[in-house]
Design a protein around this ligand. Structure first.
Ligand code: ZN
Length: 120
């Protein structure tokens, strides 16, 4: 099982050559990493143009993403709470009217009942 999918899969591009970065998973915990498929010959060997571990980058991206999202999320939450409070008040007021009407009806029924009660 992979520890988690790389966040930037299909999104990140190489800062050196502009190629889209490929994702690989390496190590015992299949840590995600990104590499550029472009190869440079270094010391007679072909090496990836760019090859970086993805865990810290993904964490940083997630953090930045959440930070960017937070104000909007907070505002939406506050609106939801305000809406809930408004609905709650409306519901409570309606409930109180229902209770008041039920009590009135019950009292009237009781008076009517007592009025015709032959035992009275
Ligand atoms: Zn590259």
């Amino acid at each position: 099982m992979r520890e988690g999918a790389a966040l930037l899969q299909g999104l990140a591009v190489c800062g050196h050559c502009g190629r889209r970065l490929a994702v690989h998973y390496s190590g015992r915990f299949a840590a995600p990493g990104y590499h550029c498929a472009g190869k440079n010959i270094v010391n007679g060997r072909g090496e990836y143009c760019l090859n970086i571990g993805g865990v810290q980058i993904d964490a940083a991206v997630a953090e930045a993403f959440l930070a960017a999202l937070a104000p909007a999320g907070l505002e939406a939450s506050l609106q939801a709470i305000e809406q809930f409070d408004a609905d709650h008040e409306t519901t409570l007021a309606q409930f109180r009217r229902d209770v008041e009407r039920a009590r009135y009806n019950a009292q009237r029924a009781e008076r009517r009942y007592r009025a015709v009660d032959p035992g009275e």
